[in-house]
Design a protein around this ligand. Structure first.
Ligand code: FES
Length: 85
């Protein structure tokens, strides 16, 4: 399954393929600069805002995040999504 990832700030469109390890991986291979450190859902540095769509965590974050925030290092989209960096 392929999902679209629309980057609200830069008005660009990326594609998430099932072979991608995470949403962060998709951003990286498309040269979208984002901060990260742990890649384990523990530091919060990669935090993004999910404007529309749904994601699922493959590892439960261990930090507190707001309802509309996501950690792309430990999640993948399960619908087309719009995110704000
Ligand atoms: S890089 Fe640390 S929570 Fe994503």
């Amino acid at each position: 399954m392929i999902y679209t990832i629309y980057l609200y700030n830069s008005k660009s469109l990326l594609f998430f393929y099932k072979e991608h390890f995470s949403l962060l991986y998709t951003l990286e291979i498309n040269n979208v600069i984002t901060q990260y450190q742990c890649r384990l859902g523990q530091c919060g540095l990669c935090k993004l805002r999910l404007l529309t769509g749904k994601i699922k965590y493959f590892k439960i974050p261990t930090i507190f995040i707001q309802k509309n925030e996501i950690l792309p290092c430990v999640c993948v989209p399960i619908t087309n999504i719009i995110i704000q960096m």
